[in-house]
Design a protein around this ligand. Structure first.
Ligand SMILES: [Zn+2]
Length: 129
C-alpha cells in the first residue's frame, strides 16, 4: 500500500503500491492521476512535432540562413551543407535519447522522421538540378 495526498482536498488516500492511472478521491470525489500515466494526445502531437522540427531547423531554415549570412562561394557551400546535415543527425540522436529516457517516445519518433525528410528533400532538390 502507498499513501498519497489528494491534490484537491489534501486528504490521505491509500493506493496499491505501484498502481498508476486515473483515480477518484473517496473524500471529495474529484479525479486525479497518479503514477506513470500516459501523456495526453496533445502532448504526444506536440512531442512528435517538436522532435521533428528541432533537427529539421538545422537544415531548413538553418542552411539558407547560414548561406545568406556568410555568402560562401563554390565548394564552401558544400561545407555548410555538411555542417547542417551533421547538426541534423546530432540533434536527432540527442532528442531520440531524451525521448527514450523520459519515455516520451513520440519525441524520439519525430526526431527519427527528420533526417528521413531531410534526405528526401535533398534527393528531390538534387533531381531538379
Ligand atoms: Zn480529494
Amino acid at each position: 500500500m502507498a499513501i498519497i495526498q489528494c491534490p484537491h482536498c489534501e486528504k490521505d488516500i491509500e493506493l496499491e503500491a505501484g498502481s498508476s492511472g486515473l483515480f477518484d478521491c473517496p473524500y471529495c470525489e474529484e479525479q486525479f492521476s497518479w503514477g506513470n500515466t500516459p501523456h495526453s494526445s496533445t502532448t504526444r502531437w506536440f512531442d512528435l512535432w517538436l522532435g521533428f522540427l528541432i533537427p529539421s531547423s538545422t537544415i531548413f531554415p538553418g542552411i539558407p540562413i547560414l548561406l545568406f549570412i556568410f555568402e560562401p562561394q563554390g565548394l564552401e557551400v558544400l561545407i555548410y551543407l555538411i555542417v547542417g546535415i551533421i547538426s541534423n543527425i546530432l540533434t536527432t540522436l540527442v532528442l531520440g535519447l531524451i525521448g527514450l529516457r523520459m519515455q516520451r517516445y513520440q519525441l524520439a519518433l519525430g526526431a527519427l522522421f527528420s533526417p528521413i525528410a531531410s534526405a528526401l528533400t535533398f534527393y528531390l532538390y538534387a533531381e531538379t538540378i
